[in-house]
Design a protein around this ligand. Structure first.
Ligand code: GLA
Ligand code: ZN
Length: 649
């Protein structure tokens, strides 16, 4: 199993390399990731290359048995490149980004692509046969720092070509996009604009007031641009090396369609910071991020940046308390991780990330966090056979689609509508009942329940698959704002819930962007926020009714028998506790395993073992018992603060 750290020799004095390697070994590390920001070290002047400094460090790492994952350095272009070429992005106001941080480049800049190709080729040639290199990372966190969408002339021209590839003629595009509205008809693909700033942009809104078809297509195009940029690098490395290739992703981040980005990669890696300057996340939110990552290829992943200290850029988030780093690492493993690299080895005293603490503090003396990481590594080593290649026993899946994320962002339906929050509410409800829930797309087989909340855009192919799933006995749970739009981001003409009407056996008579107090009663009771569909059951049966307003006594939640399966339709946004009650009921009916434990306890069932995590800062007694695989002792159900237990199962 890869157990390691992120380490950058260019940050340190050569005389410290050996001592650092010794400490890495002592911590139990067998791999490090490096080089992804070292372009100006590798190529100090155009066409002048220097790899000696890294070779030297690599020899030392070899001596200590530490393998290397090499990152291509294209996320941080050197000053000379910026000064001599046009590589920078333009924002939607047409302003050029300033060089001086990282990720300022446009994926479609020919100059940037040319320079990237050269440095990647040189690196690949130089390191392909180095025995220390066990893998490659392409670039670093594509899309980070709001860098997915660019509005430059290169992008405009590429977008025109992208559209030409997709549509048979400009007339087809005009028709599909409804450009008759506001006189937006185009004469040629070259004519098509980018959805940049225009004067009717509402204050504080993300929506650009552009044609929604244009906006969605442009987001798809911008995402594809990075997929293509990544592929250019992959193809170059493949000429020289057959070692596995990854790029580090960002969990919930959604400007790039990660399914597409993942297609060309051998394995998924991602960066996990449960509590930093910006967020102290709920543990379910972190688990969902792991599941999103695992679901991209339905394959186990490696965490290539795992939090190992307090961290932030300008201010710091809370310091991980004793046990938390170990807990987070085990949480990653539980949800499909099979390798952990901590970010970073030692906190750096200069540069932007002075406050990003690592395994070691600035003074480099092993402390509490170092020893916790060492202990965790030993546990992983001992239980490696339960980790490598292990599969989780999922009974339920939630479908996640980037088209939907973007479409909901472009047209938010109602104030307070947030697709991420809706998906998270469903994930959390399942996770809190310790239901094993995957987050993925495209394959519905083998699950008892599939959740498609607010599934706005659904194409025919997907609809066919979902229908088959239900016909064969599967349970589908869908909700308000599902099936409302087509792939061009236009509203469908059939009665709501559009594509899901037949399956759900209902028609939506009316709907309301909820502002006034609204409630439901019946199988569950709840206050209603944000949205309410007034449902007319056709073949479906009602489970809940509105209890006030002009639609009092009308249906709010329904269930429909379809083929051998059934379809639940949830017409309104519920309070979390009510949603959990509903999920419990649906799961019990579908014979899905539920394990109700005290709050903050998470149980993950894998092939061969069961991992129990205590996310609380206090002792908890769980209902589980057994022999601990960690220490061979009897586990009586009691977990320490942030405790972890692994049982045979
Ligand atoms: C990201 C990046 C790293 C580093 C950390 C900490 O995850 O990939 O290079 O910047 O954040 O900020
Ligand atoms: Zn651009």
């Amino acid at each position: 199993m890869q157990y390691g750290v992120d380490y950058y020799p260019e940050h340190w004095d050569k005389k410290d390399y050996e001592e650092h390697a010794r400490l890495m070994k002592e911590a139990g590390f067998n791999v490090l990731r490096t080089a992804e920001f070292a372009w100006s070290k590798f190529e100090p002047r155009p066409g002048e290359y220097d790899f000696a400094w890294l070779d030297e460090a690599m020899e030392i790492w070899q001596k200590y048995g530490i393998k290397v994952v090499l990152g291509t350095p294209t996320a941080a272009p050197p000053k000379w490149l910026n000064d001599s070429k046009d590589i920078l992005m333009r924002d939607r106001y047409g302003r050029k980004r300033a060089w001086g941080s990282r990720r300022e480049c446009c994926a479609n800049s020919p100059d940037y692509i040319e320079a990237s190709k050269k440095i990647v080729e040189k690196m690949a040639q130089h390191y392909a046969n180095n025995p220390a290199v066990i893998g490659w990372q392409i670039d670093n966190e594509f899309g980070c720092h709001n860098s997915t969408r660019c509005y430059c002339e290169n992008c405009r021209q590429k977008f025109a070509k992208w559209l030409e590839n997709k549509y048979s003629s400009i007339d087809e595009l005009n028709q599909k996009w409804g450009t008759a509205f506001w006189s937006l008809t185009y004469d040629s693909f070259e004519d098509v604009i980018l959805p940049a700033y225009n004067s009717c942009e509402p204050e504080n809104a993300q929506s650009f007031s552009h044609n929604p078809s244009l906006d969605l297509e442009y987001r798809r195009f911008a995402s594809d641009s990075w997929v293509d940029y990544q592929k250019i690098q992959i193809d170059i490395i493949r000429k020289y090396s057959d070692k596995p290739i990854n790029t580090n992703m960002m969990g919930h981040f959604a400007d790039i369609d990660y399914y597409n980005l993942a297609k060309d990669l051998d394995y998924i890696t991602w960066d996990n910071y449960p509590q930093d300057q910006w967020n102290v996340q709920e543990h379910e939110h972190v688990s969902m991020a792991h599941e999103i990552m695992r679901g991209l290829k339905n394959q186990n992943f490696v965490v290539t940046e795992e939090q190992s200290g307090p961290c932030g850029w300008d201010v710091m988030g809370p310091t991980p308390e004793p046990g938390q780093i170990r807990l987070w690492a085990w949480q990653a493993i539980a949800h499909g991780g099979e390798g952990i690299l901590y970010f970073r080895f030692k906190a750096l005293h200069y540069g932007m990330e002075q406050y990003w603490y690592g395994v070691l503090d600035h003074d480099g003396i092993p402390g509490r966090r170092f020893y916790e990481i060492q202990k965790t590594g030993r546990e992983f080593q001992k239980l490696e056979k339960y980790i490598l290649g292990a599969r989780n026993n999922y009974e339920v899946m939630m479908v996640r689609s980037y088209d939907n994320i973007w479409a909901h962002d472009i047209k938010k339906h109602a104030k307070g509508f947030n697709y991420h929050d809706i998906e998270y509410a469903f994930f959390k409800a399942n996770n809190d009942l310790n239901i094993q829930i995957a987050v993925s797309k495209g394959n519905y087989e083998g699950y008892k329940i599939v959740y498609m909340p607010a599934y706005n855009i659904v194409d025919e192919k997907e609809m066919e698959k979902v229908t088959k799933f239900v016909e064969k006995g599967g349970v589908l749970v869908t909700s308000f704002r599902s099936g409302q739009r087509d792939e061009y981001n236009n509203i469908r003409l059939d009665t709501l819930p559009g594509a899901f009407k037949e399956l759900a056996g209902i028609e939506i008579e009316e709907f309301d962007a909820v502002v006034k107090p609204t409630h439901i009663c019946g199988k569950i009771s709840s206050a209603v926020k944000v949205w309410a569909d007034v449902i007319k059951p056709v073949t479906a049966e009602s489970l809940c009714y509105y209890s006030d307003r002009y639609f009092k006594a009308k249906s709010a939640v329904t269930v429909n028998e379809y083929g051998k399966g059934r379809v639940y339709y949830i017409g309104c946004d519920l309070e979390q506790e009510a949603l959990k009650n509903l999920v419990r009921m649906i799961s019990q009916d579908a014979k899905v395993t539920i394990s109700e434990e005290p709050e903050g306890i998470e149980i993950v069932y894998r092939e061969g073992c069961e991992i129990i995590l205590n996310h609380n800062d206090h002792d908890v007694i769980t209902s589980h018992r057994g022999i601990s695989l960690l220490d061979g002792e009897i586990f009586d159900g009691r977990l320490n603060p942030y405790g972890v237990e692994v049982l045979e199962g």
